[in-house]
Ligand binder design. Structure first.
Ligand code: T4K
Length: 369
């Protein structure tokens, strides 16, 4: 890739000297996976950082979703959003359940609680909302509906690392919440992820499930899978955690500059901070009204690309339009008008801790007209 290319994100890398010291410890101990000491330390450090009671590490952010559905014994139909990364819906499918798509609202790009009840059938057992871009979805309303109908809530919080609402961790919301520590996320462990759970017994069950179902040397208590994080990634994660607040602050400064420059531009909408929320600025989506802006979303997207600015159209196309899912009864565009419109308007602008003033000037000169 040309060195002048500006990518949508850039991974937060840990201090190498510090990481190498931990690597030496791993080499000396010869303990490289299966709940080693760095794995245990990272679980403890993350539970403290995220202010959550219990957390179980995974190899990525897809397997915790899959495992949460297993652990909660979800069957039948699961209500979810089409406006997400495809892993959200795949996790439902891999559990032999049917995804039921419900439209989103424009305020957070999360599932619209006002449209959930109409999608509930006798087969519905769970709701899987997503806090898209790290914006807190309308969880109070979603949880109230779940409680009324006896449904479980599996919260895909892949984007919401470190997000807090009125001092409360957003990763604690839902019966279980899943996080992604992929390279493209605010906090990464190369690949990685986690499941946040509410009590020790549930954590124990999750820990069995991610280790083939083993409960001790000779006892298998469930049809588990292998999704354990290894020691190298756990050590990397421990060092990276020290720098994540600084990275979030740098992202915040980028958001402030984008907003300042884009606010006067007709036809471009973006999110402002929400009151009481500690945001993580994981993405900076803008939404283009072609008529007012004088250019379509795709015209702007390809113009940016031509000039080496690689924004991304997260989340276009909608999951419901992929060939695997488009024949589902809930997948039609007429059922999903807001998601369909938003997917056609969005560009996520480059957003990371290393963007320079010169990068921002280059990006904004291409957009502001
Ligand atoms: N739920 C939600 C709501 C999610 O968004 C995701 C993942 C998941 C669940 C599942 O979590 P994981 O199983 O992935 O942990 C990316 C990521 O692969 C994916 O993690 C993420 N969501 C999704 C939204 O985006 P791509 O295909 O867009 O990534 P890629 O490889 O095109 O990278 C984008 C840019 O990032 C590159 O142009 C440059 C930069 N980059 C990327 C990588 C991988 C780097 O600088 N270094 C790197 O190593 O999917």
């Amino acid at each position: 890739m040309d060195k002048n290319t500006i990518t949508v994100t850039s991974p937060l890398l840990p201090d190498r000297a510090e990481f190498e010291l931990l690597l030496k410890e791993i080499w000396n101990s010869k303990w490289i996976t299966n709940n080693g000491s760095f794995h245990q330390k990272l679980e403890k450090a993350l539970a403290e950082y995220l202010k959550v009671p219990f957390i179980s590490l995974f190899t990525n952010g897809t397997l915790p979703l899959l495992t949460a559905l297993q652990a909660l014994r979800i069957t039948g139909e699961v209500i979810t959003t089409p406006y997400s990364f495809v892993a959200t819906t795949h996790s439902i499918w891999w559990n032999g359940c049917r995804p039921v798509f419900v439209d989103i609202e424009g305020e957070t790009c999360g599932i619209d609680p006002d449209k959930i009840e109409a999608a509930i059938t006798p087969k519905t057992t769970a709701i899987m909302p997503v806090s898209c871009y790290g914006k807190p979805c309308k969880m109070d309303e979603i949880q109230a509906i779940a409680d009324k109908y006896g449904l479980k809530v599996i919260h895909d919080a892949a984007h919401a690392f470190g997000v807090e609402v009125n001092g409360e961790s957003w990763a604690g919301k839902g019966d279980m919440a899943s996080l992604s520590f992929h390279a493209t996320k605010v906090y990464n462990t190369l690949e990685g992820g986690a499941l946040v759970v509410k009590d020790e017994a549930t954590k124990k069950r999750i820990d069995f499930l991610k280790n083939f179902g083993f409960a001790g040397e000779t006892e298998v208590v469930a049809p588990g899978i292998n999704s354990k994080m290894d020691e190298v990634r756990a050590a990397y994660g421990l060092v990276n955690l020290k720098h994540v607040d600084e990275a979030i602050e740098k992202r915040h400064q980028v958001a402030v500059k984008y907003r300042e420059a884009l606010r006067p531009v007709p036809g471009i909408r973006f999110f402002d901070d929400m009151p009481g929320v500690r945001h993580n600025y994981s993405y900076f989506p803008i939404f283009i009204n072609a008529e007012e802006y004088g250019m379509t979303r795709d015209e702007l997207y390809f113009k940016l690309r031509e000039h080496g600015v690689l924004g991304r159209r997260y989340f276009y196309p909608l999951i419901s339009t992929f060939s695997t899912y488009r024949s589902l009864p809930s997948a039609g565009a007429e059922n999903l008008p807001v998601a369909t419109r938003v997917a056609n308007e969005v560009i996520c602008l480059p957003m990371h801790h290393e963007l320079s003033e010169a990068d921002l000037t280059r990006i904004l000169e291409l957009i502001v007209r």
